[in-house]
Design a protein around this ligand. Structure first.
Ligand SMILES: [Mn+2]
Length: 504
């Protein structure tokens, strides 16, 4: 990793915008109004209303986006007094998206409309069966598609003007739902889905996320407040505490049916406590299992390979992506992690910015039973007898990784204070197209050092500033530069944290 130090005289906002290559005006969300109307949106709503006497079956997705989208549409249909039920497929038993079994269940149970949220746009085959059987199909989806969708009506962000073009399913659903009436929970869950789904943080997405946080500061939304625990809700608490808990359930779905998470979020009163304890427990075991899987991966992998590939019967399918991500992050290399069930291996791959794992594996696509994804993340499955061929390909063919240059906002340690924290808060949310800035401290002066055996090292720099290093590296404690992120300290309100990523 290379760093480029930026110490020009602009304001923090201007510096961070320049580093990200965006103009400061893009951060302004005042141009958005909930009552703003688009024709495609209006006609979708009319279409939906025209089926109001029919029985709806919402089919969602098991990640945070799909769950929030399901919650929003369930609330809307209830409010419109449309008879409805919902189903979120099981990650391990059904896999992603609507399938033949779900379609037959809908038909057998007398549903008349299938409403797919966060899936369906590429499920032409399955949905054709439903339409041939006389059901109406509606789709709210944001995934890429090439064939015209099999639906009586659909909405996809590519039908919208540019400022709405990279919305997730939860955001789409909030847009549809809030056109009927203003609903605080729909805005909140739309914003939460947007934060979770790693889509653009500009345009309507930004408006929605800022509205969400504003509403969460004004109102008590028990299911989310409980998941945040004792912490004050901000974007980081949502991204690193709340969303992972919501996502944990489908990863461990032998312990709890993911449909209960929809119920949990719908239940905006203390009754939701019943599910809360289970979600918390599942998240704990998800963390523990991830730790075990990672240390097993470390033991069986060859860290000298250019692309790290590991496979074990002990790996849990739903967690392979998380492990691949962690290997990639810690070893700065592309990683493939496979779980094994009978003869079938199911894997997830992650690779660093500046590389294209998708094209690299596309060359040997014939080896796979299923294969999909994009440059930095792939999902695939294969028969175990094909694994040696894949490993052979990996060992003989390099995956090019372009070295990244990361911009660093260079500051004196005295400049890192609560005022800076406030300025950063104003610029949030950060995301894939507006990344959280890296800061550099010039010649840090360390007043005191603490270390917590094997977990972290902490350096006290002045009365309010503490730098913390989780990297577990043995190095001397004198630095000419510390590079990292500036964070609020959740536990010590009178401190500002500097989370070290690199030291020079
Ligand atoms: Mn989604």
């Amino acid at each position: 990793m290379k760093y480029r130090y930026n110490s020009d005289d602009l304001s923090l906002k201007e510096r961070i915008c320049r580093i990200n290559g965006v103009s400061p005006e893009k951060l302004d969300t005042s141009g958005f109004h909930p009552d703003q109307e688009m024709e495609v949106l209006k006609s979708f709503r009319q279409k939906l209303l025209s089926y109001r006497d029919k029985r709806f079956f919402i089919v969602g997705d098991y990640d945070c986006d799909g769950i929030c989208a399901t919650v929003i549409m369930k609330r809307l249909l209830d409010w419109l007094q449309i008879a409805n039920n919902y189903y979120i497929p099981s990650r391990s038993k059904d896999g992603y998206g609507i399938n033949d079994r779900i379609v037959s269940t809908a038909i057998e149970n007398g549903f008349e409309v299938i409403l797919c949220v966060d899936n369906g746009i590429t499920a032409g085959q399955q949905l054709k069966v439903a339409r041939d059987a006389g059901l109406v199909v509606l789709i709210l989806d944001h995934h890429e598609y090439s064939d015209s969708p099999e639906a009586d009506a659909y909405l996809h962000p590519d039908l919208f003007p540019e400022t709405y073009s990279d919305m997730c399913a939860g955001g789409l659903c909030a847009l549809v739902a809030n056109g009927f009436r203003d609903d605080v929970l729909s805005t909140i869950y739309g914003g939460l889905a947007t934060l979770a789904d790693m889509v653009s943080v500009f345009g309507y997405n930004r408006y929605l996320m800022k509205e969400m946080l504003h509403l969460l500061h004004e109102k008590e939304i028990l299911p989310l407040n409980y998941l945040a625990g004792s912490k004050d809700i901000d974007y980081d608490v949502l991204s690193y505490q709340v969303i992972p808990k919501i996502n944990a359930v489908s990863r461990m779905d032998e312990k709890m049916n993911v449909n209960y998470v929809v119920r949990y979020l719908l239940e905006n009163n203390s009754d939701c406590m019943v599910y809360l304890n289970r979600i918390e427990e599942i998240n704990k075991s998800r963390k523990e299992l991830s730790r075990q899987m990672f240390s097993l991966a470390e033991r069986i992998m060859d860290p000298n390979e250019k692309v790290i590939a590991v496979c074990s019967e002990a790996f849990k399918e739903g967690l392979c992506g998380l492990i691949a991500n962690r290997i990639m992050y810690e070893f700065q290399k592309p990683a493939l992690v496979f779980s094994k069930n009978g003869r079938e291996l199911k894997g997830s791959g992650r690779s660093p910015t500046g590389s294209d794992l998708y094209s690299y594996l596309k060359n040997v696509e014939d080896l796979f039973l299923t294969f999909g994804g994009h440059e930095q993340a792939v999902g695939l499955s294969l028969d175990e007898e094909k694994l040696p061929v894949l490993l052979d390909y990996i060992s003989k063919n390099d995956l090019q990784i372009e070295e990244q240059i990361r911009d660093v906002v260079l500051l004196e340690q005295e400049e890192i204070d609560f005022a800076l924290l406030d300025q950063l808060e104003e610029l949030k949310p950060f995301g894939p197209d507006f990344s959280e800035p890296l800061f550099g401290i010039k010649d840090p002066v360390i007043v005191k050092t603490y270390s917590s055996a094997g977990r972290f090292k902490k350096y006290s720099l002045n009365e309010i500033l503490e730098a913390i290093d989780f990297r577990n590296k043995k190095e001397k404690d004198t630095f000419s530069r510390m590079i990292g992120k500036v964070k609020r300290d959740d536990y010590h309100k009178n401190k500002v944290s500097f989370v070290i990523e690199e030291t020079v």
